[in-house]
Write a protein that binds this ligand. Sequence first.
Ligand code: PMT
Length: 315
Amino acid sequence: MDSATLHKDIDSFFDSAPPLKDSAKITDKLNQFIQFDSPSSEGKARVVCVTSGGTTVPLEQRCVRYIDNFSSGNRGAASTEYFIRAGYKVIFLYRRGTCQPYCRSLPEDPLLECFELADASDFRVRQSHSEAVKGAIGNHHAAVAGGLLLKLPFTTIFEYLQMLRIIASSMRSLECRAMFYLAAAVSDFYVPWKSMAEHKIQSASGPLDMRLMQVPKMLSVLRTEWSPMAFCISFKLETDSKILLEKANMALKKYKMHSVVANELLTRKEEVTVVTENGNISVCRDKTRPGSDVEDPLIELLVNRHSTYIKDAST
Ligand code: PMT
């Protein structure tokens, strides 16, 4: 696709999107977060935008039905914890209701399962969950109070892409200290807002015929226009291992990414391959350590590559 057609598609996507609620508030929060610098960072803080969870495509304006993209948000939440440990400030752009940083060791319904009634007027943490709850609260509080974590939720593809654009332009001034780590599962097709039914589609009208437009890939404009100096990592998810690396390589070149993390649905928690222009690097979870994450060595590798990128840019 030539650049003029891509820009036309992007303009028509944003023109057709319902305006983002609270966009001025989000911009203010972002600017404050990015400008707040702890004394230890000496004005050189690195900021990463981690995207996480899947976007939805509403089928009705007063939405009852939608198409969803699979992602539990585990990758984004775990990666956020390791980026913060490495000293990064993280803008966590996540799908409402998906996995959150520091909550991965809590049970599925933390409120009902972690707590018990002490008596009619008081409740307490169950002994069996007290370490996990203390860790989650302590780490989360330290990250937020230390200005290292800003969480911004989205649900639809319209919200996600509008927020990504605002984040990218807020991070522009950081130049090469900015990083994008795009782990969200982003919809490929959408119904333009203006041609979408307002009310619930009636099943009595018979089979549903619906034409979905292609969501323009924003990766190349993010890379070349929205935040051109940022270090950009995208993800490639496939279920067929035979085509995975080839597709990741294509994305690396086509969208001028600095690396593409290739993963297969079934093994995504065990291993990933980081595809770069100098070759592929396989990254595995340390199986000798129970409870270890593949994100631990993955983030270490990406942080090192980002350091080299910053060093090269300054010489
Ligand atoms: O959340 P978990 O359950 O832990 O699973 C993690 C994960 C498998 C979701 C994650 O590791 C992952 O692979 N995320 C990307 C999934 C995806 O959308 O892959 P894709 O091949 O369809 O897209 C590739 C890249 O293009 C992505 O970085 C995406 O942000 C971007 N994209 C996709 C569609 C689109 N219209 N515009 C985009 O910019």
